[in-house]
Design a protein around this ligand. Structure first.
Ligand code: MCN
Ligand code: CUM
Length: 800
């Protein structure tokens, strides 16, 4: 064995897994040298501006382009009629539906895309768009999803009114999209019939929007001579988008290149294919010059992938000691005018059936009914893990409701229902197999850290004085890393991912992946995985994503799948290289492969400390003739990884709030978050992800909502109204962790990015509601704005 300190030095030099290596990409970002889509400027480029509908529901009687065409700089105006000859006025969605690229005879939500004006600069395009005259005949709008399936409800989607299904089973009304069920209804019903205690609550996950700082946009560039289409765009899933574009346009997939570039936040908003992209592409094909389209903030909030809008009903059945025997959750899902919500084919309601959470609930059933309304399409976005946010909010709220009804402490009721450590891998009554977990110690660690008993005593004293203080707990389980390809596909494509690694003679490495960072720090963390696996320094490992001409195929970055899927593919590719390196080392050292052992950055001969070949030496050797007979030169590998299961990170959070009963102002006094994502690759990046996810949880719990009036008009789609917390409003986050590795992931790692959002929202909400628990309040819908909380105080007569 080498001297320990020397070994440690070699280990540290790699900056591999487990070190808080500063983000490699930040050298560029902090110097203002990121390259975002709006930075792409191509010769002769035109700018596209969309004409959007002022009505939520209207028939289009006619469109007059003449004034716009006469406006300075305007080159062309495209409408649905112009896209018809190339059959691009409608497009398939990632949810099994079709969506109008430009409104075809009618509009179905406010600010829907109606026409695109092409002009020589952005201002001329905007001026031209203002001059397009559209003759609308307004129709009654459906805003309340509860009325969407009324007998006399106006039909929103006339194009599919006769269709018996739109991708996900039978429809019972023209405004019905699908009904999806999971679990065992009869068993759940029986549990409710026999239980001594049941609780029921209507719980809304309001419509919110992730609002990334960079809005969506693209530059489409079609080369008429070569027939080659290049699209620079804000996408979290470049390869999937390329496939969709090939299906849509008929252009060979090999002649389409999608380039992700730098992305200024995605949060799920940049998964779908939006009409703006498609029109820009058609415009470039038609004009033969590059076309840029960039959304405004209002366009982004109003028309691109919103999140949630789940109108839930939660029910739990339990014994008098609080042990849960049955669960029934239903949700009415408002998907807007087109079902463009991203979902794996077999999971139209995403992973909602993870709603049994961290608890061993023997009988469970859930159902989701999705309907069309006259609102923008979407539903899956916003650090959501694909409807896990809704599911976790329901179970974490309902377990509090049950605790209140039984007079059991809210930490104690969780202890009594946790899946126990020895039960893992644990298959839930909904059919998911939770890979690993150790919930009770995580909760105890957090309770000790915040002095839970002391907080409850303080709360009792405050209550005696008429003051409002709330303590919220959330002990959530997440499900991330879709997915086994047998179960999960989008448009028929399995949700595997990939990594290609090339090692150069002097030990430099380039790795290319099918994922797409939007701020998660992939350039750093994948390099760290390779550094540890190959014993080469992370500083010399370059990671590239997002350019479909360069990277192998993959499903992209969403659903916190990069670590569970691509992280595994990266380890797998590196291990292929390491195997070859071992053969070369054995050859060079003239020993059998079995005589070698790996030590940080080299292969050593067992029992002969002097005989070793460093990885750097092997890299060079692999490019010479001095390799085993019959072996090919080079140290390259590509690996595709199809996960055997998803990963199930978890956490225990506690939030303490103080509420001013006179004003309704909620102050988050303390928030303590313990996360367990298995093996940790970069602790600093994990902490950053948790801070970000918690801040977004705070935003949703405390202020975000996309509201409409009864005609479907937006009532708050700019940052004047839409709450985006800054450092001023954001509470201080305390973080902690435990490590329970995933047994099936090559590195033991689970995803983490969405956990703080999924687990944080119910924690804050539970804290706010807990402040009113002694007054008989069991639920208050989000967002917990001062006005709404004051209304609750007023209704209770405690505001004076
Ligand atoms: N990580 C780690 N160790 C682990 C797990 C993760 O070090 N055990 C690191 C990863 O290597 C990666 C980061 O943490 O650098 C997040 O990893 P992961 O949980 O696998 O999630 P993804 O990389 O797939 O990111 C997707 C996720 C989603 S779905 C949304 S939404 C979201 C989020 O990431 N959008 C974000 N975090 C975001 N952060 C930023 N800055 N911007 C966004 O748009
Ligand atoms: Cu659901 S938001 Mo993320 O999965 O891109």
């Amino acid at each position: 064995m080498g001297d320990m300190s020397e070994l440690q030095q070699r280990e540290e030099a790699l900056q591999g897994m487990g070190t808080s290596l500063l983000r490699k990409e930040d050298a560029r970002f902090i110097r203002g040298q990121g390259s975002y889509v709006d930075d792409v400027k191509l010769p002769g480029m035109l700018f596209g501006a969309l004409v959007r509908s002022p009505y939520a529901h209207a028939r289009i009687r006619g469109i007059d382009k003449s004034k716009a065409l006469a406006s300075p700089g305007v080159v062309a105006v495209l409408t649905a009629d112009d896209l018809k000859p190339v059959k691009l006025h409608w497009m398939p969605t990632l949810g099994g539906d079709v969506q109008a690229v430009l409104a075809d005879q009618k509009v179905c939500f406010q600010l829907q895309e109606v026409a695109m004006v092409l002009a020589t600069d952005r201002y001329a395009a905007a001026d031209g768009a203002a001059l397009v005259e559209v003759d609308y005949e307004e129709l009654p709008a459906i805003v309340d999803p509860k009325k969407a399936m009324d007998a006399d409800a106006p039909v929103i989607r006339e194009d599919i009114a006769e269709k018996k299904e739109v991708g996900h089973g039978p429809r019972t009304h023209p405004n019905h999209i699908f009904t999806w069920e999971a679990g065992d209804k009869a068993a759940a019903d029986a549990a409710f019939a026999n239980a001594p205690v049941t609780v029921r609550e209507e719980i809304l996950n309001p419509r919110v929007h992730p609002c990334p700082l960079e809005t969506c946009g693209c530059v489409a560039s079609f080369n008429k001579a070569t027939g080659y289409l290049t699209v620079y765009m804000t996408t979290q899933a470049p390869h999937l988008v390329r496939t969709v574009l090939a299906m849509l346009s008929g252009i060979a997939e090999s002649k389409i290149r999608v380039v992700g570039g730098d992305i200024g936040g995605g949060f799920g908003n940049k998964v779908p294919v939006y009409p703006g992209y498609v029109v820009a592409i058609v415009a470039s094909i038609v004009t033969g010059v590059p076309v840029k389209w960039i959304e405004s903030r209002i366009d982004n909030i109003s028309t691109t992938g919103f999140a949630r809008d789940y109108h839930g009903v939660g029910e739990l059945a339990a014994d008098t000691d609080g042990r849960i025997k049955g669960l029934r959750f239903t949700a009415l899902a408002d998907h807007g005018a087109f079902n463009s919500h991203v979902s794996a084919t077999k999971f139209p309601a995403g992973l909602f059936s993870i709603c049994t959470g961290s608890y061993a609930i023997p009988n469970a059933y859930c159902r989701v009914d999705a309907v069309y309304t006259n609102k923008a399409p979407g539903g899956v976005a916003y650090r959501c893990s694909l409807r896990v946010t809704e599911a976790v909010y329901l179970i974490e709220r309902m377990i509090d409701v049950l605790a209140q009804k039984l007079g059991i402490d809210k930490a104690e009721i969780r202890r009594r229902n946790f899946v126990a450590k020895e039960q893992f891998p644990y298959t839930t009554s909904m059919g998911w197999t939770l890979d690993s977990g150790d919930y009770a110690p995580a909760l105890e660690k957090v309770l000790r850290a915040v002095d839970y008993e002391g907080l409850r005593r303080e709360q009792a004293e405050k209550r005696a004085k008429g003051e409002l203080m709330g303590i919220g707990i959330s002990t959530f389980t997440e499900i991330v890393g879709a997915g086994p390809t047998k179960a999960c596909d989008i448009l028929g494509i399995g949700l595997f991912d990939s990594c290609e690694i090339r090692v150069h003679p002097t030990g430099g490495v380039i790795a290319r992946l099918g994922t797409m960072s939007q701020g998660q720090g992939h350039a750093t963390t994948y390099a760290q995985i390779i550094a540890t696996e190959l014993g080469l320094p992370a500083s010399d490992i370059v990671v590239e994503e997002g350019d479909t001409d360069k990277a192998p195929y993959g499903a992209g970055t969403w659903g916190s799948r990069s670590t569970p899927v691509s992280g595994a593919a990266t380890a797998k590719a590196a291990r292929k290289i390491k195997e070859k390196a071992r053969q070369i080392a054995a050859h060079l050292l003239e020993v059998g492969e079995g005589d070698l052992e790996w030590e940080v950055d080299r292969f050593r001969v067992r029992g002969n400390p002097e005989a070793a070949k460093t990885m750097k030496e092997i890299c060079m050797a692999s490019h010479t003739g001095n390799i085993p007979d019959g072996m090919e030169q080079g140290l390259n590998a590509v690996a595709y990884y199809d996960p055997p299961n998803l990963t199930y990170p978890f956490g225990a959070y506690v939030c303490v709030v103080d509420i001013d009963r006179h004003t309704g102002e909620v102050q988050v006094r303390r928030f303590y978050a313990l996360d367990d994502c298995g093996t940790r690759i970069n602790p600093m990046i994990i902490e950053g992800q948790i801070h970000g996810g918690l801040t977004e949880a705070f935003a949703v719990a405390m202020g975000q909502q996309v509201p409409f009036d009864e005609n479907g008009n937006h009532l708050g789609n700019s940052l004047m109204d839409y709450f985006l917390p800054t450092a001023v409003e954001t509470p201080r986050w305390e973080t902690d962790h435990t490590v329970t590795p995933s047994p099936h992931h090559p590195l033991g790692a689970k995803g983490v990015a969405e956990s703080p959002h999924v687990g944080g929202i119910p924690c804050i909400s539970n804290a706010v509601i807990d402040a009113f628990a002694h007054l008989g309040v069991t639920h208050m819908d989000m967002p917990h704005t001062a006005f709404r909380v004051w209304q609750q105080c007023h209704a209770l007569g405690i505001d004076k």
